[in-house]
Design a protein. Sequence first.
Lengths: 302, 403
Amino acid sequence: MSKERIQISEALYDIMPSDYQDLVKSATYGKEDRGWKDIGTSKELIEQHSLCAGCPESMAFRYILASLPNPEDTVMVGSTGCTSLVFPMVAVHNIHSLFGNQNAIASGLKRALSVRFPGRVKDVVVLAGDGATVDIGLDMTLQAWFRQEKFTTICFDNELYANTGGQESGLMQKGFVAKMAPVGKLFDKVRLPEIARESGCHYVVNCTVSKPSLVEKVIRNAVHVAREIGPTYLQLYTPCILEIGKNSMEGLQEMRDSEKPTERFAYKEYISEPAKQLLAELAAKDKERKAAAKQLAGQASA
Amino acid sequence: MADIHSIIGTKNKKGQTYTDTWKMMNEAPRTPSFYTGSEVIKEAIRRASCDVMIAYPITPQSEAAALIGELFAEGYIGDYFRGESEFAVMSQCAGAAFGGARVFTTTAGPGTMRAMENFPMWSGARLPIQMIVTCRGINSPLSIQPDTLEIAYLLNTGMLVWHAETAQDFFDWILKGYIVSEEPDVHLPLALCCDGFFVTHTKDVVNLTPADMCLPPYDPYRSPVPCMDMECPPVRMMRDPFVMKSNYISYATHASWQQEIWAAVERSRKHTIHWLNGLIDTENTDADIVIVASGTAVSQGREAIRMLEDEGVRCGLVKVKALRPWPEEEIRQATKNAKHIFVPEFNVTGWLAKEIRATVPNSQRVHAGPHVCGGMTMPPEIIVSEIKTALGMKTFSMAGRGS
């Protein structure tokens, strides 16, 4: 892209909202090595949001949108929950339809885009909470993986139903006392990353969003593998500080505490053989490109 | 995408010519063919320039859904797959339509009910998906037999709802349905219903349009809402996510959006009248007695009228083709002379009779019945008997019916 698709007619420029003008001026659509470091120097693809102050989900949103390799040709699919409060503020096309059907929507969407734009890249990325992904939508999550649908599923795992006020979810830890789990949750946290691997996902990562560089890496990998090979799954811990009794400034520490080697969000990844090969090829190309750029810069300064 | 007029006359990859729909449906030669209703659905879709079809097995629509798979294998459809449940299928259809595809699916009975949450979402998102509903029983104990109760649940979803009587209706309306559904001032999904088995599994002579002609493709950029393909600017659609805000602006936004859906249903009226040649068909509506029906109850009503004529009782007929938009004024006019209005139905609640009672003046004229349900057939004799009883005429006792 291409910013041609978002240019403003000169006659209408001054009446467009300033955030749209900023998108045209300094968003990173089409920038080859876009990433989290663009935050602060370019227009982000997320505008003001209405999440709670300090919500780790808002950090996750910013890192993910800064890291999508191809936002100019990416359509996102959300579900009901806190994420649906954010999506109207996101400058890539996105769909909210029902609660839990996100992977079904994405299946139809990806196929339609493949029929309509053969030979062109059109990435589809699902982003939904753990209730949508693992409870009400589990069959559609898994069935999309069984069918090898070529899109990325991201689960914002906050281990409960945040938007409805902190009820028990399948990804909640065993023993946690919550609404609808009045004597503590009676069964283990559902092991969706393992299930994802067994269900045919080619790239699976379980981690927190405490490190933007890590989020950037896994998002890029997940989108590239989904584009070329098959389904990918990211489970990102975005604690609901409100419902676990933390303060606004404590989200980052909560994530750091939960990613220690013995904790439930210790970094875990699974990469299938074809995905490993693809990622190695991409890394080699990237290296080549950087070397060429360095050489060019050297020549220019000489 | 190229302008629709420049596409007409060109060929698709199967060698079919994109044809002006009015010419194709009304002027092109027709070939009489002896087909089941399911085969007729396949033949209509062969000519419909469909991008995506998503299937799920449930009697009595499974055969049609599988036959369209054959069309995919032959290259007539862009993509086709079996979803995991009707709820998922209808969401997959939504995803494909959000992405700018012309989408087709079929369902029936409990499947329609399982998928129900999707239908107001489809109309709210203004997705012109076409769904065939081959009606069957939805209640427990389990039944796979024809029963039209599920249509009642579709009437308030914001979808267009048409009720076909014959396989010929089906063939023509599938193709015309896309044209009405995709009009920019409509842009709503269509539930095209028929009575399962009676239409899907019986053979009938159907006049088909030439197989080498097809509909012009769907142009998603004529939609009143943006197509989700990142080919147009990703502007924020809302300043605030109004969904969960409790303020007047939020309520007003929701209210006007819902009103707009029903205004679009209303605006479909002129297109539906144009393409279906009216929302209703009528015969002899100057008679004192008029039967008003939809689906195969119309055929049974027609037969009952012939039998009554033999006994010197003159009776008119109103065939209701479109249920949404509802032919309010047409039904009022067609029944203005009637002293008695009979509404035979294949369901236990009599939803069509309720609609008609709410439409006509002097609604005590409306006799809700006869009703059959759970897959029972409706012999014309029971319609005759219902009418004669109401008129105080002698009628015979029907074996096993305890009358």
